[in-house]
Design a protein around this ligand. Structure first.
Ligand SMILES: Nc1ncnc2c1ncn2[C@@H]1O[C@H](COP(=O)(O)OP(=O)(O)OP(=O)(O)O)[C@@H](O)[C@H]1O
Length: 265
């Protein structure tokens, strides 16, 4: 049997609080993620949900090599990603999409350049195939072919987010880490982007670590869900079971706080 796509085991991450100047005893650390374990399967959308400050983004940043691991391991396709300095090594098969495409897409570049850049850097796509693959990515994301010649400001917010997704797909990744990637979009545009992402599971064989504080969005997209509170996972279960029969008191509280989510066991 092949290894799971992503296994996070007993992950603890801490941030420094205070400084040497203020605290004579030296700087202190605070664990913001504590002993978190979760497994993302192949072709799976794994939803990570929890209140603001519960540590969801910190988990994502750690997998992407932006924040150091204090303890634990991050195993991708059977190989340990945590390097000697405590950061996960960069893995082109893991990509991310950001909450705000306005800040993540270079305004001076055309969509053609935005899509070509990761293909050139990662060398996953031959130079001679870049134009064709770019057109294919636009079609997959329901974007018009002439979008290739536009710059981000000449697109709508939903189109920009779909360009962000197309760019993430440009290196043919196995995993996309999506942190609040649709929360800036209005509801119908959000549904369109979410449905496209769900389709990618089958068409591109991509898994998602999908982070959101929005339970409705998580229920719509996720196969598996983990609920975080105060740095820890309090409950993890297949989505259908978690929404129908939450086991942890905090999950029940979270569901009861959203109108229409209270009719669980
Ligand atoms: N660079 C940092 N230095 C110190 N503390 C930080 C840093 N980044 C985040 N934190 C703290 O770590 C905790 C977890 O933050 P994190 O952003 O992971 O939560 P979150 O669940 O993603 O929240 P949100 O839904 O609001 O984005 C919070 O208490 C936050 O204040």
């Amino acid at each position: 049997m092949s290894a799971p796509l992503l296994e996070i085991k007993d992950l603890t991450v801490s941030y420094q609080v205070g400084s040497n100047l203020l605290h004579r005893g030296g700087s202190r650390h605070r664990d913001v993620v504590r002993d978190v374990s979760l497994t993302v399967g192949r072709n799976q959308i794994f939803g990570l949900v929890g209140e603001s400050g519960s540590g969801k983004t910190t988990v994502a940043r750690t997998v992407l090599g932006l924040t150091a691991v204090r303890r634990g391991s991050v195993i991708f396709d059977g190989a340990e990603l945590v390097g000697r300095r405590g950061f996960c090594v960069n893995q082109p098969r893991i990509q991310m999409i950001f909450q705000d495409p306005n800040n993540s897409l270079d305004p001076s570049m055309t969509v053609r350049q935005i899509l070509a850049e990761p293909m050139i850097i990662s060398r996953v796509v031959a130079r001679s195939a870049i134009e064709e693959f770019s057109a294919e990515l636009l079609a997959t994301m329901d974007l018009p072919a002439d979008a290739l010649d536009r710059r981000p400001y000449q697109l709508s917010g939903g189109q920009r987010q779909r360009v962000g997704l197309a760019r993430a797909l440009a290196t043919k990744p196995d995993l996309i880490v999506a942190d609040e990637c649709t929360s800036a979009l209005d509801v119908t545009v959000q549904a369109h982007v979410l449905n496209l992402m769900m389709g990618l599971r089958e068409t591109a064989g991509v898994s998602f670590l999908f982070i959101s504080h929005n339970l409705g969005v998580i229920r719509h997209v996720a196969d598996q869900v983990a609920v975080m509170r105060d740095g820890s996972v309090v409950e993890a279960a297949p989505a259908a079971r978690l929404f129908a029969a939450p086991q942890h008191e905090y999950t029940r509280e979270l569901l009861d706080s959203v109108p229409g989510f209270g009719d669980h066991e």
